[in-house]
Design a protein around this ligand. Structure first.
Ligand code: AP5
Ligand code: MG
Length: 190
């Protein structure tokens, strides 16, 4: 299965993908994690930091080769849990083209809905606990702004194909997971 998670910063994409990866045995691809692993260790890493630490999207010439290299690995033959990709309509079209070239398509798009107040409170709490470089006030507001402007249109892209499932992401992590499992089991007919 090719499962795409779409949701604003702090909506639980990473948390839910980790839980689902364990149950479904499908690898989790977080483009944010991929970028964080390359930040700050080389001239390329400095370039990555200059985008992600401010909450701006990394350019496609950086992100697309990273994603495509991973998807070509054997681990991803059975599918993927996409966390943070595609993030623009261009990336969604690119992914559609890639999947079509291997005879596959996106199975479902899970849209995590969470109120803005709750998102900010989760990210501010994480800033204290983990100190992620983009969890500062201006980084959070920039990520939210870019989400509304660049990523929400991706939902319209997938709505036209009837692929979007709405998920209430405001519940506890376990309840969100149960809601997602129910939707996936419905799709699989199990
Ligand atoms: P990315 O790493 O994807 O960050 P994000 O979209 O800002 O989202 P987060 O990781 O902050 O939140 P999440 O939805 O994963 O929630 P989480 O489970 O962590 O991207 C980072 C940056 O990389 C981007 O800004 C951009 O610069 C760049 N980038 C990434 N992909 C790109 C792309 N495709 N193209 C270009 N640039 C790209 O949960 C958040 C917190 O809430 C945690 O502390 C968690 O424990 C808690 N929590 C989770 N669920 C719940 C719940 N149900 N109840 C209470 N607390 C919860
Ligand atoms: Mg995440």
């Amino acid at each position: 299965m090719q499962i795409v998670f779409i949701g604003p910063p702090g909506s639980g994409k990473g948390t839910q993908c980790q839980m689902l990866a364990g149950v479904l045995g499908i690898p989790h691809l977080s483009t944010g994690e991929l970028l964080r692993r390359t930040r700050g260790r080389s001239p390329l890493g400095d370039l990555v930091s200059s985008y992600i630490d401010r909450g701006c999207l990394a350019p496609d010439f950086l992100i697309l080769p990273l994603v495509m290299r991973l998807l070509e690995q054997q681990d991803f033959a059975s599918g993927c849990l996409f966390d943070g990709f595609p993030r623009t309509v261009y990336q969604a079209g690119y992914l559609r083209g890639h999947l079509a070239s291997i005879g596959q398509q996106v199975s479902v798009v899970l849209h995590l809905n969470v109120d803005e107040e709750e998102l900010v409170s989760r990210l501010e709490a994480r800033a204290v606990l983990e100190g992620r470089a983009d969890d500062h006030r201006s980084g959070i507001s920039q990520r939210l702004k870019i989400y509304r402007r660049r990523t929400e249109p991706v939902l319209a892209f997938y709505h036209n194909s009837g692929l979007v499932c709405e998920v209430d992401g405001q519940q506890s992590p376990d309840d969100v997971h149960r809601a997602i499992m129910a939707k996936i089991q419905g799709l699989l007919g199990t």
